[in-house]
Design a protein around this ligand. Structure first.
Ligand SMILES: *[C@@H]1O[C@H](CO)[C@@H](O)[C@H](O)[C@H]1NC(C)=O
Ligand SMILES: *[C@@H]1O[C@H](CO)[C@@H](O)[C@H](O)[C@H]1NC(C)=O
Ligand SMILES: *[C@@H]1O[C@H](CO)[C@@H](O)[C@H](O)[C@H]1NC(C)=O
Ligand SMILES: *[C@@H]1O[C@H](CO)[C@@H](O)[C@H](O)[C@H]1NC(C)=O
Ligand SMILES: *[C@@H]1O[C@H](CO)[C@@H](O)[C@H](O)[C@H]1NC(C)=O
Ligand SMILES: *[C@@H]1O[C@H](CO)[C@@H](O)[C@H](O)[C@H]1NC(C)=O
Ligand SMILES: CC(=O)N[C@H]1CO[C@H](CO)[C@@H](O)[C@@H]1O
Length: 415
C-alpha cells in the first residue's frame, strides 16, 4: 500500500492542494501560524471570463492569472452570484442565475475552472454572494423576483434606487431566494478537481453582499443569521460582510457582535465621496490624501477583528479614459494608500484589474461582447482599470505585494 500513499501525496502536491485554510488568530488573518498579509485585486468578472460560453476567454484568463501571480497579487475578489435576466441594462452578463433557482451552467463551469486554476497557483478567493448595486442584478433583482415590483428604478433622474434596493431586507421571499442561492453555491463541488467548495482552501472567505449597508437600515439579526448559515455550511472558511465601512459606524458594531463574521471590510472612494476632482487635482488631491489617511487610521483603530481594505481606486490623470494616458495622480495615490494599509498591516485590494482588456469606445458603458476590464458595466469603461501596460502602477503594486509578505515596514523613500 505504500506506493498508493506516495502517489496520493505526490498528486496532492502537484495539484497544489496541500495549502492550508486562512484562519483568524488573535484578531489577525493567519496562514500557517503567520500573519496573512496581501495585496489583492477586484476581479468580479472572473467566472464570466473563465466561461466557455459567450463572454468567456480562457486563454486571456490564464495569462491574467499568471501575470497577477507574478506580480504577487494572489488574492482575488470575485462575484459568486449574479442575477438575470440578461436583457436588463448595464449588467455583467450572462448572469450566473438568470431566473430564481435556474443557473447558467457555462458560468458555473467558469467559476469551477477559475477556482481550479487559482488553486494550482495557490491564489485565494473572496466569494461575494450578492450586491447592493444593480450591475450584477443583486438586491434590486431579488426585490423584483420576490414580487416587490415589476421593474427596477435604475439610478438617475428622480429615481430612488437606494430605497428600492434596501427593500430586499423587508421581503421575506427575497431573503429566502438569496438563502437558496447561498445553499446552492456553497454546497457546490468543483467539476475540475472534485473538491467541494466548502473544502477548498482556495476560498478564503464568503462575503454576504457588496456594500450591503448603503441604506443604513441593515438588519443585525439578518446579518448574524445569514453569516451563521454560511458558517454552518463552510466551517473551515471565513465569513465577511462586504460593507464599505463608510456609511455608518453602527454596521461595524453589528459585524462585531456576530460570532459568525470573521473579519470586517472597508471601501475607500475619494472621488465618489466628492473629495477628489480629477479635473482639479492640484487643489483636491491633498484633500483626498488627508481623507484617505483619516479613514484608514480611524478604521484601523478597531482591533477586535481583522480589517481588509477591499476596494480603493482613482481616475487616470484628468479623468482620461485612454489606456495610454498618464497616471501620475493614480500612482501617488496607490503609493500612499498602500503605504497606509501596510503601516496598519491591513490587506489591500485595488479596484480594479483590467489586464489586457480594453474599452470598446472611449467613454461608453459596457455592452455584451466588450472586454471585461473591472469597471462595472454602468460606468464609463476605463475609469479605474489598471491595464497590463500601466507599468508604473504595476511596479508599485509589485513592491507592496512583496512588502506584504515581509515583516519590515515599507521603504518610505518611495514617497
Ligand atoms: C466587539 O465585541 C467584543 C466582545 O465580543 C467587545 O469586547 C468589544 O468592545 C466590541 N467592540 C466594538 C467596537 O464594538
Ligand atoms: C447569531 O446567530 C446564532 C445562530 O443563529 C445565535 O446562536 C447567536 O446567538 C446570534 N448572535 C447574536 C449576537 O445575535
Ligand atoms: C478646485 O478645488 C478647490 C478646492 O476644493 C476649489 O476651491 C476650487 O474652486 C476648485 N477649482 C475648480 C476650477 O473647480
Ligand atoms: C481573448 O482576448 C484577447 C485579448 O485579450 C483577444 O485578442 C482574443 O481575440 C480573445 N479571444 C476571444 C475568443 O474572444
Ligand atoms: C512595460 O513592461 C513590459 C513588460 O515588463 C515591457 O515589455 C514594456 O516595454 C514596458 N513598457 C514601457 C513603456 O516601459
Ligand atoms: C529605498 O528606496 C530608495 C529609492 O528607490 C533606494 O535608493 C534605497 O536603497 C531603498 N532603501 C532600502 C532600505 O531598501
Ligand atoms: C486640464 C488639466 O487638468 N490638465 C492636467 C492633466 O494632468 C496633468 C498631470 O496631473 C496636469 O499637469 C495637468 O494640469
Amino acid at each position: 500500500m505504500w506506493y498508493v500513499i506516495i502517489i496520493v501525496v505526490l498528486f496532492t502536491i502537484v495539484n497544489g492542494q496541500s495549502s492550508s485554510f486562512i484562519t483568524v488568530q488573535n484578531g489577525r488573518l493567519t496562514l500557517n501560524n503567520e500573519d496573512y498579509m496581501y495585496i489583492g485585486t477586484n476581479f468580479w468578472y472572473g467566472a464570466n471570463l473563465a466561461s466557455k460560453g459567450p463572454g468567456g476567454n480562457r486563454s486571456r484568463l490564464l495569462r491574467e492569472l499568471d501575470r497577477l501571480h507574478s506580480l504577487g497579487v494572489d488574492n482575488l475578489r470575485l462575484q459568486a452570484g449574479s442575477e438575470g435576466p440578461n436583457t436588463e441594462p448595464s449588467r455583467m452578463v450572462p448572469a450566473m442565475q438568470p431566473q430564481p433557482g435556474i443557473y447558467d451552467e457555462a458560468i458555473l463551469d467558469g467559476l469551477d475552472f477559475l477556482l481550479y486554476e487559482m488553486n494550482k497557483r495557490q491564489m485565494r478567493a473572496v466569494m461575494c454572494l450578492n450586491n447592493y448595486w444593480q450591475w450584477s442584478g443583486g438586491f434590486a433583482q431579488y426585490v423584483v423576483w420576490a414580487g416587490g415590483a415589476k421593474s427596477i428604478p435604475y439610478p438617475g433622474g428622480s429615481n430612488d434606487f437606494d430605497s428600492f434596493a434596501a427593500r430586499f431586507y423587508e421581503l421575506p421571499r427575497a431573503l429566502e431566494l438569496f438563502n437558496n442561492h447561498i445553499q446552492f453555491i456553497v454546497k457546490r463541488t468543483n467539476k475540475y478537481n472534485n473538491i467541494p467548495y466548502a473544502e477548498d482552501p482556495t476560498i478564503m472567505s464568503w462575503e454576504l453582499a457588496n456594500e450591503l449597508s448603503q441604506s443604513g437600515n441593515l438588519n443585525p439579526t439578518w446579518l448574524n443569521h445569514t453569516a451563521c448559515l454560511i458558517k454552518q455550511l463552510a466551517p473551515k472558511q471565513l465569513i465577511t460582510t462586504g460593507s464599505d465601512g463608510h456609511s455608518t459606524s453602527k454596521n461595524f458594531a453589528d459585524e462585531n457582535a456576530s460570532q459568525c463574521i470573521d473579519y470586517a471590510t472597508i471601501h475607500l472612494w475619494v472621488e465618489n465621496w466628492g473629495i477628489h476632482d480629477p479635473h482639479n487635482s492640484t487643489a483636491t488631491f491633498p484633500l483626498a490624501l488627508a481623507a484617505a489617511k483619516k479613514f484608514i487610521d480611524d478604521r484601523a483603530a478597531y482591533k477586535d477583528k481583522p480589517i481588509v481594505l477591499e476596494e480603493f481606486g482613482i481616475s487616470r490623470d484628468n479623468a482620461s479614459l485612454s489606456s495610454t494616458s498618464p497616471v501620475t495622480v493614480r500612482d501617488k495615490y496607490y503609493r500612499a494608500v498602500l503605504q497606509l494599509a501596510h503601516h496598519h498591516r491591513i490587506p489591500a485590494t485595488f479596484w480594479a484589474y483590467g489586464g489586457e482588456g480594453r474599452p470598446r469606445i472611449l467613454g461608453a458603458s459596457w455592452r455584451q461582447g466588450d472586454d471585461f476590464i473591472g469597471d462595472p458595466p454602468h460606468e464609463p469603461q476605463g475609469s479605474n482599470a489598471v491595464y497590463d501596460t500601466d507599468n508604473s502602477t504595476l511596479e508599485i503594486i509589485r513592491y507592496f505585494a512583496s512588502m506584504a509578505t515581509k515583516k519590515s515596514s515599507a521603504n518610505t523613500s518611495l514617497f
